[in-house]
Design a protein around this ligand. Sequence first.
Ligand SMILES: Cc1ncc(COP(=O)(O)O)c(C=O)c1O
Length: 370
Amino acid sequence: MFRHSVRTFATSALRMAEPSQRLLNIAKAQGVAHGLTEAIGNTPLIRLNKLSEQTGCEILGKAEFMNPGGSVKDRAALYVVKNAEELGLLKPGGTVVEGTAGNTGIGLAHVCRSKGYKLVIYMPNTQSQGKIDLLRLLGAEVYPVPAVAFDNPQNYNHQAKRHAESMENAVWTNQFDNTANRQAHIETTGPEIWAQTGGEVDAFTCATGTGGTLAGTTRALKTLSNGKVKCFLADPPGSVLHSYIQSGGKLVERSGSSITEGIGQGRVTDNLKPDLELLDGSLTISDEKTIEMVYRCLDEEGLYLGASSTLNVVAAKEVAEKLGRGHTVVTMLCDGAYRYADRLFSKKWLQSKNLLTSIPKHLEKYIVLP
Ligand SMILES: Cc1ncc(COP(=O)(O)O)c(C=O)c1O
C-alpha cells in the first residue's frame, strides 16, 4: 500500500500504532460509524489548488473542520476521555471537567453526550456569551470565572481541577499536559497523513495551542518516514515558542497578541515537550498574512476557514517556498470560520485591528458585515 516501507524509529516510550487497516481503509463516507466517536478523524486531505500551482509544490490541508464537533480538537477530546476510562478514573455516569474556552469544550461536549458522561467547563469570564451558550446547549455545565493568570489559584484551569477532585467518579482531563491528547495524533492524524499521501510527504507544519497536534503528528511522521519528513512549528504573534526554538531554549515573557484563537502559547506543555527536539525549525506568521489568507482560501479554494487554519496555510506556503518546487507540504485546517464570522468579515473589527488594508482590493467584496 505504501511506496515507502513503514519502519519504526527506535524510540523508548513511543506507543506507535502502525496505521491500522480498519482506521485507514474506512473513509468517512464508507461503512457505518458506530456512534459519534467513530466518526472522529479520517478527514480528507485537500489539495489547495491555487497555492499548489503558485508554489510548484503540493500544498495539502487536513480538513479537520469535517470532524463531528467541527474541529481538530475532537481527536484530543476522544483520547483524553478514553484514557480516563482506561485508567479507571471514569466510570459510567461519571463527570468530565475541563478548563477551556474553545474547541476542546465543544469536542468534549459531543464525546461526553455520546458516551453518557456529564461535562463541566470552566472558562475565563472574558469569553463571549455565544461560546457559553453553545457549550450549554450541547449539555455542558459552564462556569465563567474571573480571568486571572495561571499562577493564581483562581485561574480557570485550577478551578476545574479542584472541581473534579471534589467529586466521586469525576476526572479533570487537563488537555494541556495530559499526553493522551498528543497520543491521538500519534495514532490517528500522523498515520492518516502518511497513508493519504502514500508516504510521499516532505514536510508538515502547524501552530500549537496545547501542542498535541504538532507534537503527535510530528512524532508519527518522523517515525513512519524514518526521520525524513521535515516538521516546523508555526507561531502567531504573542506566542513564545518560535523565539524559544530559535534561541535554543530561552523562554521569554509573553507579550503582544494575535487575532487567532486556540493557538499561541506561553510555555512548553507536557504534550509538546517530548517532541520539541524532533522539530526542524519554526516560523512566525503575522496577523496581516493570516487574515489575507482567510479571504484567499475562501475566494481561491472555496474554503471557509478560521484564522488558526489560515495561519497554518501561510506557514505551509512559506515552508514550500523554502524547500523549493516539487515538494509536498501538509498542514491542518483546524476549524471553519463559522464561530468567528462576526469578526473576520466585519469592517469595523478589521479596522479596530488595523487589518483592513491587509485585505486585497479584489477580495473586499467578502467584507459583508458592517
Ligand atoms: C482553532 C484551533 N486551532 C488550533 C488549535 C491547536 O491545537 P493543539 O491544542 O493540538 O495544539 C486549537 C486548540 O484548541 C484550536 O482551537
